[in-house]
Design a protein around this ligand. Sequence first.
Ligand SMILES: [Zn+2]
Length: 158
Amino acid sequence: MSSTSTNSRFQGPCCGCGVPAPLRSSNQDPNRGRRFFGCINYKQPTACGFFLWLDPERDMEKELIQAENQVLKREVQALTKKNEKLRKKYKEAEAKVSGYHKIFFGVLVVFLVLWLATTSNSSSEQQQRLTAAASNNRSEQQQQRATTAASNSEQQQQ
Ligand SMILES: [Zn+2]
């Protein structure tokens, strides 16, 4: 009996019929290709119905990994969607900011132009005032000269 237990991996365990169960492969989904030990008399009505998947732990591990992979794939898809949304939002925000910059600079340019225009106007006004004052001075000086000349001529006549 001890020898059968060591060989059971290759011959298969004895089923209820007392015969080593042969190793077969499943040809049905979803376990197509999965190997199992089954009762040799499974087609007969007297079959014991013995059935055992080969190395079920490994398959369970594989299934667990596959399930985890699917979960991770879904997470990756969700994250890529989020990433796309965030990129869109970022681009929109960037466009808004550049628009604000344009508006700001436009307003700044307008103010600069207005400021330059007012300063040049005031300076020309000042120049006009200065020239007017100078001409006034000149005419006053001419008048003074005229009056002094007149008084001089009067003094010479006396
Ligand atoms: Zn059997």
